[in-house]
Ligand binder design. Structure first.
Ligand code: FE2
Length: 292
């Protein structure tokens, strides 16, 4: 079957039909790399992946992040946990036994931070290149994922703003975004284990050679600026980059594998009835080889 590529948005994001990620080979991986370099978000339809296959496909594109420990209130031993591999980030509303998380679960409050515009792992010095999210059970209502194109947004910035932000560096922390949404309180050990990182606000996207804004709700302030002024500028840039003309909203279908390039996009989750419906999504995350 030949591969079809269909545009989903005028600036970025494509649907890819007729490609089987469960059988990665160098030619297929090169094809996906080329699609991603240009379009930054790729929706691979009709993928039936298990966790091992998702990990194997993701490893074509670099080393994978390992998920950090998040406190959980489930202390019982589970004989058949849903997720066994540390390379799989569990983006479901389920515990390891497959039960819907209760309202007061730490994983649930931690996940609320994903409803803010962000780029995955910008709070790490070696941040993420791509994220790959596999839809195993989709919610029939809500739970879209929205993506914003920060290359197109940079291109559209007024010249004076481009000059103003050239060379600026922001500090990013996972605990900053968690404090702004969800009220997750990290332990002293978590604070030590995940210190902040610093990144330039404008970076050149390696795949396309285009400049992109590298901003996110993890960014707390701009180095050398008063905190409130830096925060205001970051909010202004996020508001600009997430105008409707730069945003693609993805409605999930069972079997979608959506890949996004964190270096030139932002994304956010949208709400759904997570106490009544079941959603099982699993993410692998490719790490930068060197800090950009
Ligand atoms: Fe995310």
């Amino acid at each position: 079957m030949s591969v079809q590529i269909n545009k989903l948005h005028p600036h970025f994001a494509v649907e890819v039909v007729g490609l089987d990620a469960s059988r990665p080979d160098p030619a297929l991986c090169a094809q996906v790399q080329a699609i991603m370099d240009t379009h930054a978000v790729a929706v691979l339809r009709d993928q039936t992946l298990d966790d091992e296959q998702q990990i194997a496909f993701s490893r074509c594109f670099g080393e994978l992040e390992v998920r950090p420990a998040v406190r959980t209130q489930v202390t019982e031993r589970i004989d058949n946990p849903r997720v066994r591999h540390n390379e799989i980030f569990d983006v479901s509303n389920l515990d390891q036994a497959g039960r819907v998380l209760p309202p007061d679960d730490d994983r649930r409050s931690y996940a609320l931070g994903n409803q803010l515009w962000h780029t995955d792992s910008s709070f790490r010095q070696l941040s993420a290149t791509w994220s790959l999210l596999s839809a195993r059970i989709v919610s029939p209502v809500g739970a879209d994922t929205e993506f914003a194109d920060t290359r197109a947004a940079y291109d559209a910035l007024p010249e004076a703003m481009r000059a103003r932000i050239d060379g600026l560096v922001a500090e990013h922390s996972i605990w900053h975004s968690r404090a702004r949404r969800g009220g997750y309180q990290p332990s002293a050990e978590e604070l030590r284990a995940r210190p902040p990182a610093r990144h330039r606000l404008v970076r050149t996207h390696p795949g396309s050679g285009r400049k992109a804004l590298y901003i996110a709700m993890h960014a707390s302030h701009i180095i050398g600026w008063p905190d409130d002024e830096g925060r205001d500028l970051l909010d202004e840039l996020i508001d600009f980059a997430t105008r409707p003309e730069f945003v693609y909203a993805h409605k999930w279908r069972l079997g979608d594998l959506v890949i996004w390039d964190n270096r030139c996009t932002m994304h956010r989750a949208t709400p759904f009835d997570d106490l009544g419906l079941v959603r099982d999504m699993r993410r692998t995350t490719v790490r930068e080889a060197v800090s950009a």
